[in-house]
Design a binder for this molecule. Structure first.
Ligand code: PMP
Length: 385
């Protein structure tokens, strides 16, 4: 009975592509401990470094003290406590939309939203490098999926032109691409969506807190009110866990009534929502946090450039393209031995032959730490050749 699974795992081992869980003990936003040794975290999405911010911790603690540890039920049955209403109102304001709806994870928000708004009569146009949760949502919807090459607007135009004008259509894209750190051409996608009568959905998981003054891809392009569906997570810049959709009332009310990942799962806990609410308030009230992140992104970009490592970025995600799995693991291990967590990202997360170290910088890193990481990475890459 187990032979199939063992063979599959052995195949992964032979391809240097086995995944294993590693335990890290967080001691600060960017410092972790493992086996009594300290490491610098360069692989998390905690972009604003808010996971240890006393204001966010207080939000979590107060949430639990006031409303208990668990929500006890799904949102529609008994799990909507007052912090939910407050957070959803704040998210709608933050994203300039009529309403917002919190899901349990960003993954569930994508899967639950796309599978609810698209059906077998819909045609979905999806960037080839969109996140797995978008891909899974598209598959679950049973819609016809037309993937266009990464950020290739002309190709998208060619594809969308061939489709019946009256057909229901959805264009969906990551705002900031999770493994490449580049920004989707949302302005051009928006033009196409209006010209060809398609809904436009952007996944701002990595854009919230990082671009558009922290408000994401739509304001980055000056399209504050134009995008039909903006999705995000509470689990990256907002230092908590959860996902959300911000859109007009029609879409949000429709999701409340039809989105299965929203309807059939117990609501997040008061601590999660309390933390997210506190983090959201920080983005708009404490400019120093965003400034520190922007400063660090620019600094790291310059340092890598100066060392001839082409990974400059406008976002905190620095993809260090290595290629082969075993080489990528070797660089990751070198970093690890030097006290840096820089995880090897391999297929299927990225295409075969494009394995990479995905380094992320946060508002909580110091310039000295960034210098150390860039220098160590430079040596690690030289050791390969
Ligand atoms: N969308 C994108 C682009 C992501 O990178 C991720 C998480 N890596 C998600 C959605 C899922 O969000 P969550 O982790 O909150 O489930």
């Amino acid at each position: 009975m187990y032979k199939f699974f063992k063979d599959q795992l052995n195949h992964k081992i032979n391809n240097h592509n086995l995944r294993t869980l590693k335990e890290y003990c967080p001691i600060e936003a960017v410092r972790v401990k493992r086996d009594d040794k300290e490491y610098l975290m360069m692989a998390s999405n905690n972009y604003l470094g808010l996971t240890f911010d006393p204001r966010v911790i207080e939000g979590a603690v107060k949430g639990a003290q006031q409303y208990g540890t668990g929500s006890g039920g799904s949102r529609l049955v008994s799990g909507t406590f007052p912090l939910f209403t407050e957070l959803e109102n704040e998210l709608a304001k933050f994203k300039n939309t009529e309403k917002a709806l919190v899901f349990n994870t960003g993954y569930m928000a994508n899967v639950g939203t796309i599978s609810a708004i698209a059906d077998k009569n819909t045609i979905i146009f999806s960037d080839a490098l969109n996140h797995a949760s978008i891909i899974d949502g598209c598959r679950l919807s049973k819609a016809t999926i037309k993937a266009y090459s990464h950020c290739e607007v002309e190709e998208l135009k060619f594809l969308i032109k061939q489709v019946d004008r009256s057909a229901r259509k959805l264009i969906v894209t990551d705002g900031v691409f999770s493994m490449d750190g580049d920004i989707a051409p949302l302005d051009k996608l928006y033009e196409l969506s209006r010209e060809y009568n398609a809904l436009l959905m952007v996944d701002d998981a990595h854009a919230t807190g990082t671009i558009g003054n922290g408000h994401g891809t739509a304001p980055y392009f000056g399209l504050e009110k134009e995008i039909d569906i903006q999705l995000g997570t509470l689990s990256k810049s907002l230092g908590s866990v959860g996902g959300y959709v911000a859109a007009n009332s029609t879409i949000v009310d429709y999701l409340v009534n039809t989105s299965r990942s929203f309807i059939f799962s117990t609501a997040l806990s008061p601590a999660d929502i309390g933390a997210a609410l506190a983090a959201l308030q920080i983005i708009d009230s404490d400019a120093s946090v965003l400034e520190r992140l922007q400063d660090n992104v620019g600094y790291m970009s310059d340092r890598l450039n100066a060392m001839g490592i082409y990974a400059t970025s406008d976002t905190p995600i620095f993809p260090i393209l290595i290629g082969k799995n075993e080489d990528t693991l070797a660089v990751s291990n070198y970093l690890y031995e030097a006290g840096i967590i820089g995880t090897a990202i391999r297929p299927p997360t990225v295409p075969v032959g494009e394995s990479r170290i995905r380094l992320t910088v946060t508002a909580a890193h110091s310039k000295e730490q960034i210098d150390y990481v860039c220098q160590t990475l430079h040596t690690a890459i030289k050791e390969l050749s």
